[in-house]
Design a protein. Sequence first.
Length: 210
Amino acid sequence: MKLILLGAPGAGKGTQAEILSHKLGIPTISTGNILRAAIKNGTPVGLKAKSYVESGALVPDDVIIGIVAERLAEPDCKGGYILDGMPRTIPQAEALETAGVAIDCALSIEIADEVIVERMSGRRTCTNCGATYHVVSAPPKAEGVCDNCGSALTIRKDDAPETVKSRLEVYHRETEPLKAFYEARGKLKSVDNQPSIEATTAEIEKALGI
């Protein structure tokens, strides 16, 4: 199955992508993780992307399409994949189609802006391995410490409330139109965000028929 997850920043796309990845046995391709790795490693793409990411702006299409196409060419993507955070705009969606990237379904997680601002202010990210936690809904075993590698947890700059509001404005303007784009192709499915991660997963599984 080749999936795209749509939804505002903080809608839970990354968490649900991980759950679906295990269930379906296909990799999650998170543009955020690919970009953060490039930024951390100081690659040319990473340096180019850094200023955009930190201000909450969109990274240019040529950078995104390049790293995604490279990743999808790897052997583990032959049986399917989940694209998380890509495409973000209609031109990106068109560029993916032009590049021959096939999609079976675009799944949109619907959530109110005020819920997102509250949710993201509690998010914590590992400075080393990139694992994410939430102080309320998915806390680490020890406060401020990553369960996976024991490194310190931090609040990412793009999780600060002012940046979140800026990212939501960008989402509504640039990314939300993708719902109509995929609906016109008969590939859109929508689910409402639920009070728990498990309940949202159940809704997604029902929508996908898995």
